[in-house]
Design a binder for this molecule. Structure first.
Ligand code: SF4
Length: 337
């Protein structure tokens, strides 16, 4: 058994987990909402420590991360379980998998780092399912990874608590956070969660020095209203800064959300244009073939700095972090120390 961090023992034998904002109180023998943290006779067990469901070497652009080590490969790992229960989950086969009977392989933290380096990767991403619920494992692997000069990435729903995020701060380089909508109603109905803790963790991640990019899956009829998008973009500009890359991605029917069609390209184009009008420097579209809306342009002179085609990217006019044409400094991480 691998004892969890971030919980307290209660007098009645239950435990209260403080890893994510559900803050589950769990009776003996039971799991929390995420399905992978279990009370074993008054001790909280992190049941998926060192156990993986998926392993791949991906272009970092696939996360998507466009301003963190662009043009490099990221060693990517997933486990099982999730603290959200989104109706449209694209990875439901692992996020909703019960731990009993799950097909998992063992991978020690130091072996994960060795494989990342051997694979020519510049970073490790915990992705595919929610990394918050893999806290102790990512913390151990990430701490080793930093000693080898690797970047470290959470692809996350952002439901982590302040205390857990502070645990990660010494090792976590990038916080690629979903802001799935900008209403609490959406979070309650679609994800079984709340909006505010996500916003709070994004602000804290920035304060702690992590690189942040946001992703919003634009779902027809659920979160695609322009008033809502305006509010979201204004919030990001005001709280995370106008340099924050925001990705607006097309929805495709999946899992339990089959009652609506894919997001029209025109909707994403409209949001992209609106984000620029509001002063966001780096909006991007995703899940549609619109290379001109996935390139990075200098916000001062408009020069194309990075060209993207699918997950391939080419740095065409960046010297370090400077625009080659006008010298503007671009908010982008080229190296990690
Ligand atoms: S990580 Fe979140 S969902 Fe899982 S047991 Fe802890 S508080 Fe509950």
């Amino acid at each position: 058994m691998h004892e969890a961090l971030q919980y307290r023992k209660n007098d009645d034998g239950s435990v209260t987990c403080s890893l994510c904002s559900h803050r589950c109180t769990i009776r003996d023998g039971k799991h929390g909402i995420c399905g992978v943290r279990r009370n074993e006779k008054g001790t909280l067990s992190a049941e998926t420590y060192g156990r993986i469901s998926a392993e791949a070497i991906d272009p970092i652009e696939k996360k998507p991360l466009f301003h963190y080590l662009p043009g490099t490969l990221s060693y990517s790992l997933g486990g099982i379980g999730c603290n959200f229960h989104c109706e449209h989950c694209q990875n439901w086969h692992i996020s909703r998998s019960p731990i009993e009977g799950a097909r998992l392989r063992d991978l020690a933290p130091d072996e994960g780092v060795r494989r990342a380096v051997a694979g020519g990767c510049k970073s490790i991403s915990w992705t595919y399912n929610e990394p918050t619920i893999w806290h102790e494992y990512t913390l151990d692997m990430g701490t080793i990874a930093r000693t080898k000069g690797l970047g470290t990435i959470y692809v996350t729903n952002g439901y982590i608590t302040e205390e857990a995020l502070r645990d990660l701060a010494p090792m976590l380089g990038a916080f690629r956070v979903d802001i799935k909508a900008f209403t609490d109603d959406f979070y309650k109905k679609v994800c079984g969660a709340h909006l505010q803790p996500v916003l709070d963790s994004a602000v804290l991640a920035r304060e702690l020095g992590m690189h942040i990019e946001t992703v919003t899956l634009v779902i027809p009829g659920l979160n695609d209203g322009m008033d809502e998008m305006d509010s979201l973009i204004r919030w990001v500009i005001g709280h995370l800064g106008p340099d924050t890359p925001m990705h607006f991605s097309a929805f495709h029917p999946d899992y339990q959300m089959l009652d609506r069609g894919a997001t029209p390209v025109a909707t994403l184009e409209k949001i992209y244009r609106r984000a620029k009008e509001l002063g966001l420097k780096y909006p991007y579209t995703g899940n549609v073939y619109k290379p001109e809306l996935e390139n990075t342009y200098c916000p001062t002179c408009g020069t194309t700095l990075i060209e993207r085609r699918g997950f391939a990217s080419r740095l065409v006019a960046l010297d370090g972090r400077q625009c080659r044409n006008c010298g503007e400094t671009i908010e982008i991480v080229r190296n990690v120390t």
